[in-house]
Design a protein around this ligand. Structure first.
Ligand code: HSE
Length: 428
């Protein structure tokens, strides 16, 4: 009779209770698929006396997640607490050092401490699995580490924060300003306790840093990622981008270039009819480009109890079956400390500005662009009654730093009202 795989679960929030429900509901299914039982032995959470809608009476209780992690009667420690420091980090370290494998949904922890934790895991002959940390229920880590193992990965692109995609989609559909939709999302409970993690692009950036490490065999490096959130996106940009055939998405892009590792998380214009352009609401999508497979798109729920618990259980099932991979798909010591790219790959840019409507104003703007070596692809001036003219320009491919120089030049002309808005147009 095979021995059961014994779990200790720390964190009984949405994801933790979702995992308990799956283990209880699918005990027989898991046993048939894994060839052994998957049993929960002990759990831990901040508050014991709370109705979580699941039976917990059969499990041992630990107030302290570190004590749970060190128990001798568990094989796998499930860290579902969250946060890059504090008890989540201490408990994961304790679990690895006391000989447990770890399954976690904690993107922040791994984005900031992934290399050190992967080394600790390997030093102790253990593994860390984290499918649930990136894009919820979408099996993107399995795809990269297993199915695409025979590919050189060219590029990883993703919309990996459902809350931001919800906000941008809702702004477009209801013609509402950012502030109104942010308040709606807050009331709906979509935002993280610290909303900056979502709208500031940090949560999605953590996810991209993890994918980049696996895709390119590099040490996870969140610190050097270029990150911009969606807080500055105005309804005018969404509407005018739509008018030119684009949608605005909080887009993550990672690629290895001759200039180093490029990792960007920022609002971008994408063609409205592209798969990413058509991605509405809180859904996530990750696009992977491999030298043999070509381009594949994975789409699905990036958050929520069922999808995230589903991803956790996929990792648990692997461990129950005896399938073990190093944390980032290859031994931690073989991951390269790649230099961050000195500049992003050139791209066309969308530029929105307001000009004082007087003779020669537009010519001065065109000259500022020309002097920075930037060529105009398309230009549109909207009819207006006031003395100020709204103007849109789409450039040919340009370096961001040249565009910044052009914007400085534009400001010096004295024909601008306010600052121009510049948004990258991503080549998909
Ligand atoms: N807050 C995230 C999102 C889910 O909105 O996609 C957790 O990473």
């Amino acid at each position: 009779m095979p021995t059961p795989l014994r779990l200790g679960i720390a964190g009984l929030g949405t994801v933790g209770t979702g995992v308990v429900k799956i283990v209880q509901r699918h005990a027989d299914l898991l046993e048939s698929r894994c060839g052994r039982r998957v049993d929960i032995i002990a759990v831990s959470a901040r508050t014991r006396d709370k109705d979580r809608g699941v039976r917990l009476g059969d499990y041992e209780w630990e107030d302290d997640p570190v004590a749970l992690a060190r128990r001798d009667d568990i094989d796998v420690f499930l860290e579902l607490i969250g946060g890059s420091e504090g008890s989540a980090k201490a408990a994961v370290e304790a679990a690895l050092e006391s000989g447990k494998d770890v399954v976690t949904a904690n993107k922040a922890l791994l984005a900031l401490h992934g290399q050190a934790l992967a080394e600790t895991a390997e030093a102790n002959g253990k593994v860390i699995r984290f499918e649930a940390a990136v894009a919820g229920g979408i099996p993107v880590i399995k795809s990269l580490t297993e199915s695409l193992a025979g590919n050189e990965i060219k590029r990883v692109i993703g919309v990996m924060n459902g809350t931001c995609n919800y906000i941008l989609t809702r702004m477009q559909d209801a013609s509402l300003p950012y502030e109104d939709v942010f308040d709606e999302a807050l009331k709906l409970g979509f935002l993280e306790a610290d909303p900056t993690l979502d709208v500031g692009g940090i949560d999605a950036g953590h996810k991209l840093a993890l994918l980049a490490s696996i895709a390119f065999g590099t040490q996870v490096n969140f610190a050097d990622m270029e990150i911009e959130g969606i807080e500055q996106i105005r309804i005018e940009d969404i509407e005018q981008a739509a008018d030119m055939g684009y949608r605005i998405k909080l887009l993550g892009v990672a690629q290895l270039t001759a200039r180093g590792l490029e990792q960007r998380m920022s609002p971008c214009l994408v063609p409205a009819t592209s798969p990413l352009g058509l991605l509405d609401g809180a859904t996530n999508m990750v696009v992977l480009e491999g030298d043999s497979v070509g381009t594949i798109s994975l789409r699905g729920a990036g958050a929520g109890e069922g999808p995230t618990a589903s991803a956790v259980m996929g990792d648990v099932a692997d461990l129950a079956r005896g399938f073990r991979l190093p944390t980032f798909g290859q031994p931690a010591e073989s991951l390269r400390a790649e230099q961050p790219a000195s500049s992003a790959t050139p791209a066309p840019f969308y530029l929105r500005m307001t000009l004082r409507d007087r003779p020669g104003a537009l010519a001065k703007i065109a000259t500022a662009l020309g002097e920075a070596g930037i060529s105009i692809d398309r230009m549109r001036q909207y009819s207006h009654s006031a003395s100020d003219a709204p103007v849109l320009i789409v450039t040919h491919k340009a370096q961001r730093r040249d565009l910044s120089l052009a914007i400085e030049g534009m400001k010096a002309t004295g024909v601008l009202v306010g600052d121009p808005v510049a948004i990258r147009i991503e080549d998909l």
